[in-house]
Design a protein around this ligand. Sequence first.
Ligand code: EPU
Length: 419
Amino acid sequence: MDQFKITGGTPLHGELPVSGSKNSALPALAACLLTEEPVTLRRIPQVKDIATMEQLLSHTGAQLTDDDGTVTVNARSLDNPEAPYDVVKTMRASSLVLGPLVARTGRARVSMPGGCAIGARPINLHVSALEQLGATIEQSHGYVEAQAPAGLQGATIHFDRITVTGTEDVLMAAVLARGETTIRNAAREPEVKDLAELLIAMGAKIEGAGTSIIHVQGVERLHGAEHTIIPDRIEAGTFLLAGAVSQGDILITHCNPEHVAALIVKMQKAGADIEEVSNCAIRVRFSGRPRAVDVTTEEYPGFATDLQAQYMAWMTVAQGISFITETIFENRFMHTQELARMGANIRIEGRQAIVAGEDHLTGAQVIASDLRASASLVLAALIAQGETTIDRVYHMDRGYERIEQKLAAVGAKIERIAA
Ligand code: EPU
Protein backbone atom coordinates (compact mmCIF):
# COMPACT_ATOMS: atom_id res chain seq x y z
CA MET A 1 0.00 0.00 0.00
CA ASP A 2 1.43 3.36 -1.05
CA GLN A 3 2.17 6.07 1.48
CA PHE A 4 2.63 9.82 1.32
CA LYS A 5 5.56 11.42 3.06
CA ILE A 6 4.91 15.12 3.64
CA THR A 7 7.08 17.74 5.31
CA GLY A 8 4.94 20.60 6.58
CA GLY A 9 5.50 24.30 7.02
CA THR A 10 5.99 25.39 3.41
CA PRO A 11 3.57 28.03 2.09
CA LEU A 12 2.09 26.99 -1.26
CA HIS A 13 2.34 29.43 -4.15
CA GLY A 14 1.07 29.19 -7.71
CA GLU A 15 -1.81 27.74 -9.69
CA LEU A 16 -3.82 24.64 -8.91
CA PRO A 17 -6.04 23.42 -11.75
CA VAL A 18 -9.20 21.54 -10.79
CA SER A 19 -10.09 18.27 -12.55
CA GLY A 20 -13.50 17.09 -13.70
CA SER A 21 -15.89 16.10 -10.93
CA LYS A 22 -15.67 12.48 -9.81
CA ASN A 23 -19.21 12.56 -8.45
CA SER A 24 -20.55 13.94 -11.73
CA ALA A 25 -18.51 11.59 -13.88
CA LEU A 26 -19.79 8.49 -12.05
CA PRO A 27 -23.53 8.98 -12.83
CA ALA A 28 -22.63 10.30 -16.31
CA LEU A 29 -20.87 7.04 -17.09
CA ALA A 30 -23.85 5.07 -15.76
CA ALA A 31 -26.17 7.18 -17.94
CA CYS A 32 -24.34 5.94 -21.04
CA LEU A 33 -26.07 2.58 -20.45
CA LEU A 34 -29.38 4.21 -21.37
CA THR A 35 -28.71 4.33 -25.11
CA GLU A 36 -27.57 2.01 -27.87
CA GLU A 37 -25.61 4.85 -29.41
CA PRO A 38 -22.11 6.01 -28.39
CA VAL A 39 -21.83 8.75 -25.77
CA THR A 40 -18.64 10.77 -25.40
CA LEU A 41 -17.78 12.34 -22.05
CA ARG A 42 -14.96 14.83 -21.65
CA ARG A 43 -13.03 15.81 -18.57
CA ILE A 44 -13.45 12.46 -16.87
CA PRO A 45 -10.94 12.46 -13.98
CA GLN A 46 -8.35 9.70 -13.96
CA VAL A 47 -9.06 8.36 -10.49
CA LYS A 48 -9.63 4.89 -9.11
CA ASP A 49 -13.43 5.19 -8.67
CA ILE A 50 -13.76 6.07 -12.34
CA ALA A 51 -11.65 3.07 -13.34
CA THR A 52 -13.96 0.95 -11.18
CA MET A 53 -17.08 2.36 -12.86
CA GLU A 54 -15.52 1.76 -16.29
CA GLN A 55 -14.80 -1.82 -15.29
CA LEU A 56 -18.41 -2.19 -14.18
CA LEU A 57 -19.77 -0.86 -17.48
CA SER A 58 -17.52 -3.28 -19.39
CA HIS A 59 -18.84 -6.10 -17.21
CA THR A 60 -22.41 -5.30 -18.35
CA GLY A 61 -21.34 -5.60 -21.99
CA ALA A 62 -20.61 -1.96 -22.87
CA GLN A 63 -17.46 -1.08 -24.81
CA LEU A 64 -15.32 1.81 -23.69
CA THR A 65 -12.41 3.83 -24.93
CA ASP A 66 -10.63 6.23 -22.59
CA ASP A 67 -8.28 8.70 -24.22
CA ASP A 68 -6.75 10.82 -21.48
CA GLY A 69 -10.03 11.80 -19.88
CA THR A 70 -12.26 11.63 -22.97
CA VAL A 71 -14.32 8.51 -22.58
CA THR A 72 -16.61 7.05 -25.21
CA VAL A 73 -19.08 4.41 -24.11
CA ASN A 74 -20.84 2.21 -26.61
CA ALA A 75 -23.60 0.26 -24.85
CA ARG A 76 -25.20 -1.25 -27.95
CA SER A 77 -25.59 -4.63 -26.34
CA LEU A 78 -25.88 -5.19 -22.62
CA ASP A 79 -25.75 -8.95 -22.15
CA ASN A 80 -25.01 -8.90 -18.46
CA PRO A 81 -27.03 -6.26 -16.57
CA GLU A 82 -25.31 -6.94 -13.27
CA ALA A 83 -23.06 -5.19 -10.73
CA PRO A 84 -21.21 -7.92 -8.85
CA TYR A 85 -20.23 -7.78 -5.19
CA ASP A 86 -16.51 -7.56 -5.93
CA VAL A 87 -17.05 -4.20 -7.62
CA VAL A 88 -19.79 -2.79 -5.37
CA LYS A 89 -17.81 -3.52 -2.22
CA THR A 90 -15.00 -1.25 -3.43
CA MET A 91 -17.32 1.53 -4.63
CA ARG A 92 -20.84 2.10 -3.35
CA ALA A 93 -21.67 4.41 -6.26
CA SER A 94 -21.93 1.19 -8.31
CA SER A 95 -25.60 1.24 -7.29
CA LEU A 96 -25.94 4.04 -9.89
CA VAL A 97 -26.27 1.40 -12.59
CA LEU A 98 -29.45 -0.01 -11.05
CA GLY A 99 -31.82 2.61 -12.52
CA PRO A 100 -30.28 2.76 -16.02
CA LEU A 101 -30.04 -1.02 -16.37
CA VAL A 102 -33.61 -1.75 -15.38
CA ALA A 103 -34.89 1.12 -17.54
CA ARG A 104 -32.93 -0.01 -20.59
CA THR A 105 -33.00 -3.80 -20.35
CA GLY A 106 -35.98 -4.48 -18.05
CA ARG A 107 -33.77 -6.16 -15.48
CA ALA A 108 -30.83 -5.47 -13.22
CA ARG A 109 -28.97 -7.37 -10.56
CA VAL A 110 -26.86 -5.23 -8.28
CA SER A 111 -25.04 -6.30 -5.16
CA MET A 112 -26.18 -4.61 -1.95
CA PRO A 113 -23.48 -2.37 -0.55
CA GLY A 114 -22.15 -3.50 2.80
CA GLY A 115 -20.87 -1.37 5.67
CA CYS A 116 -18.90 1.74 4.98
CA ALA A 117 -16.27 3.76 6.84
CA ILE A 118 -18.47 6.87 6.98
CA GLY A 119 -21.86 5.37 7.86
CA ALA A 120 -24.39 2.65 7.06
CA ARG A 121 -25.27 4.09 3.62
CA PRO A 122 -28.17 1.85 2.62
CA ILE A 123 -29.87 2.05 -0.81
CA ASN A 124 -33.44 1.57 0.45
CA LEU A 125 -34.51 4.93 -1.02
CA HIS A 126 -33.22 3.98 -4.49
CA VAL A 127 -35.07 0.67 -4.25
CA SER A 128 -38.40 2.05 -3.12
CA ALA A 129 -38.32 4.82 -5.76
CA LEU A 130 -37.75 2.24 -8.50
CA GLU A 131 -40.63 0.18 -7.11
CA GLN A 132 -42.83 3.23 -7.42
CA LEU A 133 -41.80 3.36 -11.09
CA GLY A 134 -43.18 -0.16 -11.43
CA ALA A 135 -40.06 -2.31 -11.01
CA THR A 136 -40.47 -5.55 -9.07
CA ILE A 137 -37.63 -5.82 -6.65
CA GLU A 138 -36.38 -8.81 -4.73
CA GLN A 139 -33.50 -8.85 -2.34
CA SER A 140 -31.72 -12.15 -1.82
CA HIS A 141 -28.21 -13.56 -1.51
CA GLY A 142 -26.87 -10.06 -0.99
CA TYR A 143 -28.25 -8.81 -4.30
CA VAL A 144 -31.06 -6.49 -5.36
CA GLU A 145 -32.82 -7.92 -8.41
CA ALA A 146 -35.05 -5.52 -10.29
CA GLN A 147 -37.43 -6.60 -13.06
CA ALA A 148 -39.61 -4.49 -15.31
CA PRO A 149 -40.15 -6.61 -18.43
CA ALA A 150 -42.91 -4.34 -19.74
CA GLY A 151 -40.96 -1.19 -18.97
CA LEU A 152 -41.25 1.38 -16.20
CA GLN A 153 -44.19 3.68 -15.60
CA GLY A 154 -43.86 7.33 -14.50
CA ALA A 155 -44.91 8.17 -10.93
CA THR A 156 -44.62 10.82 -8.24
CA ILE A 157 -41.76 10.05 -5.92
CA HIS A 158 -41.22 11.85 -2.67
CA PHE A 159 -37.87 11.06 -1.11
CA ASP A 160 -38.08 10.67 2.68
CA ARG A 161 -34.66 12.24 2.89
CA ILE A 162 -32.43 13.89 0.36
CA THR A 163 -30.18 11.45 -1.42
CA VAL A 164 -27.76 12.45 -4.15
CA THR A 165 -27.16 9.14 -5.92
CA GLY A 166 -30.77 8.10 -5.14
CA THR A 167 -32.03 11.16 -7.06
CA GLU A 168 -29.60 10.39 -9.90
CA ASP A 169 -30.55 6.71 -10.02
CA VAL A 170 -34.27 7.37 -10.25
CA LEU A 171 -33.79 10.26 -12.70
CA MET A 172 -31.95 7.91 -15.04
CA ALA A 173 -34.76 5.36 -14.73
CA ALA A 174 -37.53 7.94 -15.19
CA VAL A 175 -36.22 9.28 -18.51
CA LEU A 176 -37.19 6.00 -20.21
CA ALA A 177 -40.39 5.38 -18.19
CA ARG A 178 -43.79 5.80 -19.83
CA GLY A 179 -45.45 9.11 -18.95
CA GLU A 180 -44.53 11.69 -16.39
CA THR A 181 -42.42 11.39 -13.26
CA THR A 182 -42.11 13.99 -10.54
CA ILE A 183 -39.28 13.68 -8.04
CA ARG A 184 -39.92 15.63 -4.86
CA ASN A 185 -37.34 16.42 -2.19
CA ALA A 186 -34.74 15.80 -4.89
CA ALA A 187 -31.06 16.50 -4.25
CA ARG A 188 -30.05 19.93 -5.60
CA GLU A 189 -26.36 19.16 -5.95
CA PRO A 190 -24.61 20.50 -9.07
CA GLU A 191 -23.82 16.88 -9.98
CA VAL A 192 -27.57 16.15 -10.34
CA LYS A 193 -27.93 19.15 -12.64
CA ASP A 194 -24.91 18.07 -14.68
CA LEU A 195 -26.40 14.61 -15.09
CA ALA A 196 -29.71 16.12 -16.23
CA GLU A 197 -27.84 18.21 -18.80
CA LEU A 198 -26.21 15.10 -20.21
CA LEU A 199 -29.56 13.27 -20.28
CA ILE A 200 -31.20 16.23 -22.04
CA ALA A 201 -28.40 16.17 -24.64
CA MET A 202 -29.27 12.48 -25.11
CA GLY A 203 -32.90 13.41 -25.83
CA ALA A 204 -34.47 13.24 -22.36
CA LYS A 205 -37.17 15.67 -21.28
CA ILE A 206 -36.33 17.02 -17.83
CA GLU A 207 -37.22 20.22 -16.02
CA GLY A 208 -36.21 21.48 -12.61
CA ALA A 209 -32.91 19.63 -12.09
CA GLY A 210 -30.92 21.60 -9.53
CA THR A 211 -34.10 22.36 -7.58
CA SER A 212 -35.93 20.10 -5.15
CA ILE A 213 -38.70 19.21 -7.63
CA ILE A 214 -37.74 17.56 -10.90
CA HIS A 215 -40.23 16.80 -13.68
CA VAL A 216 -39.47 14.15 -16.27
CA GLN A 217 -41.49 13.33 -19.35
CA GLY A 218 -40.44 9.84 -20.38
CA VAL A 219 -39.25 9.20 -23.93
CA GLU A 220 -39.10 5.92 -25.85
CA ARG A 221 -35.39 6.02 -26.53
CA LEU A 222 -32.32 8.15 -26.02
CA HIS A 223 -29.57 8.82 -28.51
CA GLY A 224 -25.81 9.44 -28.43
CA ALA A 225 -24.38 12.74 -27.21
CA GLU A 226 -21.24 14.57 -26.16
CA HIS A 227 -20.87 16.21 -22.79
CA THR A 228 -18.19 17.87 -20.67
CA ILE A 229 -18.21 17.10 -16.93
CA ILE A 230 -18.32 20.04 -14.47
CA PRO A 231 -15.30 20.88 -12.28
CA ASP A 232 -14.85 18.94 -9.05
CA ARG A 233 -16.12 21.27 -6.32
CA ILE A 234 -14.70 19.11 -3.54
CA GLU A 235 -11.24 19.20 -5.09
CA ALA A 236 -11.62 22.99 -5.50
CA GLY A 237 -12.60 23.28 -1.82
CA THR A 238 -9.68 21.09 -0.77
CA PHE A 239 -7.33 23.37 -2.73
CA LEU A 240 -8.82 26.50 -1.13
CA LEU A 241 -8.04 24.98 2.23
CA ALA A 242 -4.57 23.89 1.08
CA GLY A 243 -3.80 27.51 0.25
CA ALA A 244 -5.04 28.66 3.65
CA VAL A 245 -3.55 25.94 5.88
CA SER A 246 -0.12 26.36 4.26
CA GLN A 247 -0.34 30.16 4.72
CA GLY A 248 0.24 30.56 1.02
CA ASP A 249 -1.15 32.31 -2.04
CA ILE A 250 -2.91 30.02 -4.49
CA LEU A 251 -4.91 30.59 -7.65
CA ILE A 252 -7.41 27.80 -8.15
CA THR A 253 -8.34 27.53 -11.81
CA HIS A 254 -10.84 25.59 -13.96
CA CYS A 255 -13.35 25.67 -11.11
CA ASN A 256 -16.84 27.02 -10.49
CA PRO A 257 -16.68 29.47 -7.53
CA GLU A 258 -20.45 29.30 -7.00
CA HIS A 259 -20.18 25.61 -6.16
CA VAL A 260 -17.90 26.32 -3.17
CA ALA A 261 -19.73 29.42 -1.94
CA ALA A 262 -20.63 27.89 1.46
CA LEU A 263 -16.98 27.06 2.16
CA ILE A 264 -15.77 30.47 0.98
CA VAL A 265 -18.09 32.26 3.43
CA LYS A 266 -16.75 30.20 6.35
CA MET A 267 -13.13 30.65 5.29
CA GLN A 268 -13.57 34.40 4.97
CA LYS A 269 -15.08 34.54 8.46
CA ALA A 270 -12.05 32.61 9.68
CA GLY A 271 -9.81 35.28 8.17
CA ALA A 272 -8.83 34.03 4.70
CA ASP A 273 -8.53 36.55 1.89
CA ILE A 274 -10.52 34.99 -0.96
CA GLU A 275 -11.16 36.67 -4.27
CA GLU A 276 -13.28 35.43 -7.15
CA VAL A 277 -10.89 36.34 -9.93
CA SER A 278 -13.23 35.21 -12.71
CA ASN A 279 -16.14 32.84 -13.13
CA CYS A 280 -13.66 29.96 -13.15
CA ALA A 281 -10.80 31.07 -10.87
CA ILE A 282 -10.44 31.84 -7.17
CA ARG A 283 -7.44 33.26 -5.36
CA VAL A 284 -6.84 32.42 -1.70
CA ARG A 285 -4.28 34.09 0.55
CA PHE A 286 -3.78 33.64 4.24
CA SER A 287 -1.20 33.82 6.97
CA GLY A 288 -1.27 33.27 10.72
CA ARG A 289 -3.87 31.29 12.67
CA PRO A 290 -7.53 31.28 11.60
CA ARG A 291 -10.38 32.39 13.84
CA ALA A 292 -12.50 29.48 15.07
CA VAL A 293 -15.68 29.31 12.96
CA ASP A 294 -18.40 26.68 13.41
CA VAL A 295 -19.82 24.68 10.51
CA THR A 296 -22.74 22.32 10.12
CA THR A 297 -22.80 20.06 7.09
CA GLU A 298 -25.91 20.17 4.95
CA GLU A 299 -27.11 19.17 1.54
CA TYR A 300 -26.20 21.57 -1.29
CA PRO A 301 -26.13 24.57 -1.26
CA GLY A 302 -25.12 24.10 2.40
CA PHE A 303 -21.66 23.24 3.63
CA ALA A 304 -20.64 19.94 1.96
CA THR A 305 -20.05 16.90 4.13
CA ASP A 306 -17.28 16.05 1.68
CA LEU A 307 -15.34 19.11 2.91
CA GLN A 308 -15.96 18.66 6.63
CA ALA A 309 -12.79 16.67 7.34
CA GLN A 310 -10.58 19.05 5.36
CA TYR A 311 -12.07 22.12 7.06
CA MET A 312 -11.53 20.51 10.45
CA ALA A 313 -7.82 20.15 9.68
CA TRP A 314 -7.61 23.96 9.46
CA MET A 315 -9.64 24.47 12.63
CA THR A 316 -7.18 22.33 14.62
CA VAL A 317 -4.89 25.37 14.66
CA ALA A 318 -7.60 28.04 15.06
CA GLN A 319 -7.66 30.64 17.79
CA GLY A 320 -10.57 29.46 19.88
CA ILE A 321 -13.02 26.56 19.83
CA SER A 322 -15.05 25.51 16.81
CA PHE A 323 -18.08 23.23 16.72
CA ILE A 324 -18.26 21.07 13.62
CA THR A 325 -21.57 19.27 13.23
CA GLU A 326 -22.02 16.42 10.75
CA THR A 327 -25.66 15.88 9.76
CA ILE A 328 -25.35 13.77 6.59
CA PHE A 329 -23.39 10.70 7.70
CA GLU A 330 -23.41 9.23 11.19
CA ASN A 331 -19.78 8.17 11.33
CA ARG A 332 -17.76 10.73 9.46
CA PHE A 333 -15.25 11.64 12.16
CA MET A 334 -12.70 8.87 11.64
CA HIS A 335 -10.06 11.47 10.80
CA THR A 336 -10.27 13.02 14.28
CA GLN A 337 -8.31 10.23 15.95
CA GLU A 338 -5.54 10.59 13.41
CA LEU A 339 -5.55 14.40 13.69
CA ALA A 340 -5.21 13.90 17.47
CA ARG A 341 -2.02 11.91 16.83
CA MET A 342 -0.67 15.07 15.22
CA GLY A 343 -1.50 17.16 18.27
CA ALA A 344 -5.08 18.25 17.53
CA ASN A 345 -7.45 18.68 20.47
CA ILE A 346 -10.83 17.32 19.39
CA ARG A 347 -13.69 15.91 21.44
CA ILE A 348 -16.57 14.08 19.75
CA GLU A 349 -20.06 14.35 21.23
CA GLY A 350 -22.50 12.48 19.06
CA ARG A 351 -22.64 14.24 15.72
CA GLN A 352 -20.54 17.15 16.87
CA ALA A 353 -16.78 17.57 16.96
CA ILE A 354 -15.53 20.21 19.37
CA VAL A 355 -12.18 21.42 18.14
CA ALA A 356 -10.03 23.46 20.50
CA GLY A 357 -7.40 25.14 18.36
CA GLU A 358 -3.75 24.49 19.20
CA ASP A 359 -0.94 26.74 18.09
CA HIS A 360 0.70 24.04 16.02
CA LEU A 361 0.52 20.39 14.90
CA THR A 362 3.44 18.00 14.73
CA GLY A 363 4.14 15.45 12.02
CA ALA A 364 3.30 11.83 12.84
CA GLN A 365 2.53 8.49 11.24
CA VAL A 366 -1.19 8.37 10.45
CA ILE A 367 -3.65 6.19 8.56
CA ALA A 368 -6.27 7.37 6.06
CA SER A 369 -9.69 5.81 6.69
CA ASP A 370 -11.67 7.14 3.73
CA LEU A 371 -11.34 9.48 0.77
CA ARG A 372 -12.03 12.83 2.43
CA ALA A 373 -10.32 11.81 5.67
CA SER A 374 -7.17 11.22 3.64
CA ALA A 375 -7.42 14.77 2.22
CA SER A 376 -7.82 16.07 5.76
CA LEU A 377 -4.61 14.34 6.80
CA VAL A 378 -2.72 15.76 3.81
CA LEU A 379 -3.82 19.27 4.85
CA ALA A 380 -2.87 18.62 8.47
CA ALA A 381 0.52 17.39 7.28
CA LEU A 382 1.02 20.66 5.36
CA ILE A 383 0.39 22.53 8.63
CA ALA A 384 2.48 20.29 10.87
CA GLN A 385 6.04 20.81 11.97
CA GLY A 386 8.24 18.02 10.67
CA GLU A 387 7.40 14.92 8.69
CA THR A 388 4.09 13.08 8.40
CA THR A 389 3.64 9.68 6.83
CA ILE A 390 0.13 8.88 5.65
CA ASP A 391 -0.67 5.25 5.16
CA ARG A 392 -3.41 3.80 2.89
CA VAL A 393 -3.38 6.62 0.37
CA TYR A 394 -5.34 4.36 -1.95
CA HIS A 395 -8.33 6.12 -0.40
CA MET A 396 -7.01 9.42 -1.77
CA ASP A 397 -6.41 7.83 -5.18
CA ARG A 398 -10.12 6.98 -5.39
CA GLY A 399 -11.07 10.60 -5.86
CA TYR A 400 -8.15 13.01 -6.32
CA GLU A 401 -6.37 13.10 -9.67
CA ARG A 402 -2.55 13.27 -9.51
CA ILE A 403 -2.84 14.96 -6.14
CA GLU A 404 0.80 14.74 -5.11
CA GLN A 405 1.93 16.09 -8.48
CA LYS A 406 -0.48 19.00 -8.28
CA LEU A 407 0.54 19.89 -4.73
CA ALA A 408 4.26 19.46 -5.42
CA ALA A 409 3.94 21.86 -8.38
CA VAL A 410 2.91 24.65 -5.98
CA GLY A 411 5.73 23.92 -3.55
CA ALA A 412 4.44 21.19 -1.23
CA LYS A 413 7.06 18.78 0.04
CA ILE A 414 5.13 15.63 -0.75
CA GLU A 415 6.40 12.32 -1.97
CA ARG A 416 4.67 9.05 -2.78
CA ILE A 417 6.37 5.99 -1.41
CA ALA A 418 5.31 3.00 -3.46
CA ALA A 419 4.62 -0.14 -1.49
N1 EPU B 1 -29.50 7.26 2.64
C1 EPU B 1 -30.41 6.33 3.06
N2 EPU B 1 -30.97 5.51 2.12
C2 EPU B 1 -30.68 5.59 0.81
C3 EPU B 1 -29.73 6.54 0.38
C4 EPU B 1 -29.17 7.37 1.31
O1 EPU B 1 -30.70 6.24 4.25
O2 EPU B 1 -31.23 4.81 0.01
C5 EPU B 1 -28.85 8.14 3.61
C6 EPU B 1 -27.34 7.94 3.69
O3 EPU B 1 -26.99 6.86 4.51
C7 EPU B 1 -26.85 9.27 4.19
C8 EPU B 1 -27.84 10.25 3.55
O4 EPU B 1 -28.98 9.48 3.19
O5 EPU B 1 -26.93 9.31 5.58
C9 EPU B 1 -27.35 10.98 2.34
O6 EPU B 1 -26.71 10.07 1.47
P1 EPU B 1 -26.68 10.25 -0.10
O7 EPU B 1 -27.50 9.16 -0.71
O8 EPU B 1 -26.99 11.65 -0.48
O9 EPU B 1 -25.15 9.95 -0.40
P2 EPU B 1 -24.62 9.20 -1.68
O10 EPU B 1 -25.47 9.56 -2.82
O11 EPU B 1 -24.36 7.79 -1.36
C10 EPU B 1 -23.08 11.13 -2.53
C11 EPU B 1 -21.63 11.31 -2.83
C12 EPU B 1 -20.85 11.30 -1.53
C13 EPU B 1 -21.37 12.47 -0.68
C14 EPU B 1 -22.88 12.33 -0.46
C15 EPU B 1 -23.49 13.50 0.28
C16 EPU B 1 -21.39 10.26 -4.99
C17 EPU B 1 -20.88 9.14 -5.80
N3 EPU B 1 -21.18 10.19 -3.67
O12 EPU B 1 -23.20 9.89 -1.85
O13 EPU B 1 -19.49 11.53 -1.86
O14 EPU B 1 -20.72 12.48 0.57
O15 EPU B 1 -23.54 12.23 -1.73
O16 EPU B 1 -23.24 14.68 -0.39
O17 EPU B 1 -21.97 11.20 -5.53
C18 EPU B 1 -17.16 11.33 -1.60
O18 EPU B 1 -17.03 11.75 -2.76
O19 EPU B 1 -16.19 11.23 -0.79
C19 EPU B 1 -18.48 10.94 -1.13
C20 EPU B 1 -18.66 10.13 -0.08
